[in-house]
Design a protein around this ligand. Structure first.
Ligand SMILES: *Cc1c(COP(=O)(O)O)cnc(C)c1O
Length: 414
């Protein structure tokens, strides 16, 4: 096979049906951004939307905005839009709180639907907050409640009769490996357990079929592929068949059937609105809606098709250009088994990532040795994939990563 050249990537960009979306995002010139799986780029129309919200809605409408501008309905309205991206039906999804808090809410609700069981099953390499939340919940309930975190390969065998809930992240944040939602949910159900899915690294990038796969609950992040902005509120989905019986462990006034009746006792709202807690963050919700609308316009199947091509291209180019530099693929080699990211293992992953960032290619590092590249297909171009690999090659050939400023110990969020 002929080696790929940059011109081949330029041709792919010209033929890309999603190429116009790149210009609808604010991206600093000269920067290659491969971290949209961690914090999505800003849609260019966000500042105008926020300005309108500030000046007209908050500024002029003041408290009337809750009805006049539809603020009160925004969590369900944006939730419905996100629901359409994950295969959830009408009225199953709401936007609220953070992913961590939503996990607490759905895990608590799920445990109450399986009162004779005590264990939350997960994998030990799950995203830490997911495990921490489950641990905190189990500790708070007390008694025999516990979290059992096993190796990925042991999940199926661990589905014993004491498992109340299986809690998994559909796309692994380190490796990008996907779980088969349908298969694992079916196994969980056969074992009498419920399935709680974290779609944080899936929503807006990977086709999902929450209803078709019979999932019970889901949560996910608004600021990754959905480009909702830093700290954007998260989403939460409850299968329709559970809605009536679902009792949320946090019962705030906005989850009440009639918040403005100011009754002394809690009565849950009819639908997924019962998973609301307090007053929604309207500024953040408005920004999130802009990102969600762009994903809907592009459509998930088209995004997935491009993302598969880009991760394939990246894997091919790293094999072609970086042979002998000590990299190994940490993501599944088969595109259908990974999300929209490719991770490489390298024992000097941390300084290499820092040198890349200094050279204007933003990926990130996850301990102990993973250099992670996310391909947000709304705005990443094929030439960006080429340029990222070319930059990485230069850093390795010139041994730039050995410079002392790149080896300071990993700290904070990168
Ligand atoms: C990003 C991410 C989160 C983030 O949770 P926050 O509450 O928004 O901080 C949680 N779980 C997974 C699997 C994630 O990828």
């Amino acid at each position: 096979m002929q080696p790929l050249r940059r011109a081949d990537c330029e041709a792919l960009d010209r033929a890309d049906p999603l190429r116009h979306f790149h210009d609808r995002f604010h991206l600093p010139s000269g920067l290659i951004y491969l971290d949209g799986n961690s914090l999505g780029a800003m849609p260019k129309s966000v500042p105008a939307r926020i300005a309108r919200l500030l000046e007209q809605e908050w500024g002029d409408d003041l408290i009337r905005g809750w009805t006049k501008d539809g603020w009160m309905d925004l969590p369900l309205a944006v939730g419905a839009k996100i629901g359409s991206l994950i295969g959830a039906g009408e009225g199953e999804t709401v936007v609220a709180d953070s992913t961590s808090v939503n996990l607490f809410k759905v895990l608590g609700a799920a445990l109450r639907l399986r009162p004779d069981r005590r264990v939350i099953l997960s994998e030990c390499t799950n995203f830490p907050t997911d495990l921490y939340i489950a641990q905190g919940l189990a500790a708070m309930i007390g008694g025999d409640y516990a979290v059992r975190a096993v190796e990925r390969s042991e999940i199926e065998a661990a589905l014993s009769p004491d498992i109340a809930v299986v809690m998994l992240t559909q796309v692994d944040y380190r490796t990008g490996r996907q779980w088969d939602v349908k298969q694992i949910t079916a196994l969980a159900h056969r074992a009498g357990a419920l399935a709680v899915w974290d779609f944080s690294h899936s929503a807006g990038a990977v086709p999902l079929d929450f209803d078709g796969d019979k999932a019970d609950f889901a949560v996910g992040c608004g600021y990754k592929y959905l480009s909702g902005g830093p700290g954007a509120p998260a989403f939460l989905t409850i299968a329709r068949r559970h809605l009536q019986q679902t009792e949320m462990p946090i019962t705030g006034w906005l989850g009440h059937a009639e918040p403005f009746a100011f009754e002394p006792g809690f009565r849950a709202a009819e639908g997924v609105g019962r998973a609301r807690v307090g007053t929604p963050p309207i500024l953040s919700l408005a920004a999130l809606e802009v990102g969600v609308d762009l994903v809907r316009e592009a459509t998930v199947p088209a995004l997935r098709a491009k993302s598969v091509q880009q991760t394939e291209l990246f894997a091919t180019l790293t094999a072609q250009e970086l042979d002998g530099f000590g990299f190994a693929l940490a993501s599944p080699a088969a595109a259908d088994q990974r999300g929209s990211q490719v991770s490489l293992r390298h024992e000097r992953g941390w300084p290499i990532t820092q040198a890349l960032i200094a050279a204007n290619v933003i990926g990130d590092f996850r301990a102990p040795d993973i250099v992670r590249f996310g391909f947000a297909p709304l705005y990443v171009r094929y030439v960006d994939v080429w340029d990222a690999v070319a930059t990485l090659k230069r850093i390795m050939v010139e041994r730039q990563w050995e410079q002392p400023q790149f080896s300071a110990a990993p700290t904070g969020v990168t």
